[in-house]
Design a binder for this molecule. Structure first.
Ligand code: HEM
Length: 509
């Protein structure tokens, strides 16, 4: 009798344990970790999106079914555990939309380490809340789809100056493109005209962005042990404190100096139109100053990178240039430069811009979001504090969505088949409440750059910094949040003397 009773107790105990385990959902699948360090060695450090896509295919919840039905299709949700931190990697559109957009209220936090918090606030790291909403409202009013149209004259002028420079000097396009983007941003935001590459306000904006983005990088020991921030700076190994002090000043200068400059120009009646002049009496001055400063910080490297991919894509695809030039010539008759109003008549140019955003997405893993409350998804546990990474590259290179994804093929966006080639903009600018507020500004810049380059010039002879001829297959690019092509040079040649004249006479300097 006794053994039977013991067996019964044991069975009941095991059942209870099994039930309890069932009640506490598992984490999503992923590579099995090692003792103590978990998946530390599984976190990729180079071209991260490629490895994450591989994980999704290997461990994704539906990977087996998907592989059978759709070989090489994008995978599903994957989890890595690193030193107590959970990383959730999303690779499918449905998961991303459901979690980052539909459940955006709890999936839109940001990593806010002690280092970045000591340097100062920025839109990129603000938690959802009143200040965040105030800044996002300012962005919508300045950079919404309709408001953006009034920016196009300033942008067009900056594009033409950049093109002249590229034609004249045949230099590494980075310098001219930086001036184009920075010049337009400072003109729009503060009515400030940049006169040289080492302009004072450009330097302030660069330093401020550098301070903030450096403090945001992972790996600061104070982010793991925030109490270290209270140590006196004279102690050894507290170099981070001196950096904080310097960077805090740079970030603060970026907030105040251009704003105060506009204020004094308004007071003396000589201010030119600008976002700052419009916002000077805004009820939340802190929000207004931060929004304007962060246009440069968040918009410079991203737009620069997308512009570099655009120029490179054109240089490597002469057939695309010929088709685009025909389309533009039919609209402008070679007698004027294309404008924003022509966009509706230039679908192929529009398709080129979309394809640039798809072919080599500028921010291939978007910007990580943080889960602010524990959640369950498809029976899996998503712990509070998890870092959620959306593998945008994986979607934009899903062969089911974009056949032959590695090919630069703008015409795919002219197809009327709604099942394939969805608009890459849906993914390339992030998701939910944190979706990029500068997407219209970036889009107009890219459209104006593409249409003006193609209206007047032919881009050719792309070579690496070692003078090796580049081909679509030989391209190298950087890892990290923003993925830029490796340094290259190319030739920008006016298509005819008449078009050269148009480039030089169309706009005044
Ligand atoms: C091709 C150019 C650009 C790309 C590809 C891009 C992409 C992105 C992405 C992926 C995010 C993260 C969204 C998320 O967390 O889900 C983001 C955030 C942001 N972008 Fe852009 N962006 C570009 C240009 C710009 C420009 C011109 C501005 C100027 C206003 C800008 C301002 C911002 C800001 C302020 C954020 C932070 C938003 C937040 O955290 O709430 N971006 N961008």
């Amino acid at each position: 009798m006794l053994p039977l009773f013991s067996v019964l107790v044991l069975v009941l105990g095991l059942l209870r344990l099994a039930l309890r385990c069932r009640r506490r959902p598992r984490l999503p699948p992923g590579p099995s970790g090692k003792l103590l360090i978990g998946n530390l060695l599984d976190v990729p450090t180079k071209h991260e999106w490629l490895r994450y896509a591989e994980y999704a295919r290997t461990y994704g919840t539906l990977s087996l079914l998907r592989e059978v039905a759709y070989p090489r299709s994008a995978g599903d949700i994957v989890c890595l555990r690193v030193l107590g931190q959970t990383l959730i990697i999303l690779s499918s559109e449905n998961d991303i939309k459901e979690l980052l957009a539909t459940r955006g209220a709890i999936y839109s936090g940001r990593m806010r380490g002690a280092m970045v918090q000591s340097v100062g606030e920025g839109v990129l790291v603000l938690p959802l809340g009143r200040p965040f909403r105030a800044i996002r409202r300012i962005f919508s009013s300045l950079l919404g789809p309709l408001a953006i149209r009034r920016c196009s004259d300033v942008q067009a002028q900056a594009v033409i100056q950049c093109l002249r420079r590229l034609v004249d000097q045949q230099q590494d396009p980075v310098i001219a493109l930086k001036r184009m983007i920075g010049g337009a941003v400072l003109q729009l935001a503060y009515g400030y005209e940049v006169k040289s590459d080492d302009d004072h306000f450009v330097q302030l904006a660069e330093k401020s962005a550098f301070a903030f983005l450096s403090a945001l990088q992972p790996g600061w020991v104070v982010d793991t042990f925030p109490a270290l921030m209270d140590l006196p700076s004279w102690l050894p190994f507290t170099g981070f404190k001196r950096k904080v002090e310097l960077w805090r000043q740079d970030a603060e200068q970026g907030l105040r100096a251009p704003w105060d400059w506009v204020k004094s120009r308004l007071a003396s009646g000589v201010a030119t139109p600008s976002f700052a002049a419009e916002l000077m009496d805004h009820k939340d001055e802190d929000a207004a100053r931060m929004a304007l400063r962060d246009i440069y910080g968040a918009g410079m490297d991203t737009t620069l990178t997308a512009s570099l991919w655009l120029i490179l894509a054109l240089a490597l695809h002469p057939d695309v240039q010929i088709r685009a030039q025909r389309e533009i010539d039919a609209v402008t008759l070679g007698e004027r430069l294309p404008t924003l109003d022509d966009r509706g008549s230039l679908p192929y140019i529009d398709a080129i811009v979309k394809e640039v955003m798809r072919w080599h997405p500028t921010v291939p893993l978007a910007v990580p979001h943080i889960v602010t409350e524990e959640d369950t998804y498809h029976g899996y546990r998503i712990p509070k504090g998890s870092i959620v990474i959306a593998n945008v590259w994986s979607i934009l290179h899903d062969p089911q969505k974009y056949p032959d994804p590695e090919m630069f093929r703008p015409e795919r966006h002219l197809s009327h088949d709604v099942k394939v080639n969805p608009n890459p903009y849906t993914y390339a600018f992030g998701f939910g409440p944190r979706q990029c507020p500068g997407r219209n500004l970036a889009d107009t810049t890219l459209y104006l750059l593409a249409s003006s380059v193609l209206a007047t010039c032919t881009v050719s002879s792309a070579v690496s910094s070692h003078n090796e001829i580049l081909t679509p297959e030989s391209l190298e690019y950087t890892s990290g949040t923003i993925s830029r092509p490796a340094p290259f040079h190319c030739r920008m040649t006016p298509r005819s003397e008449q078009l050269r004249a148009l480039l030089y006479d169309g706009f005044s300097d």
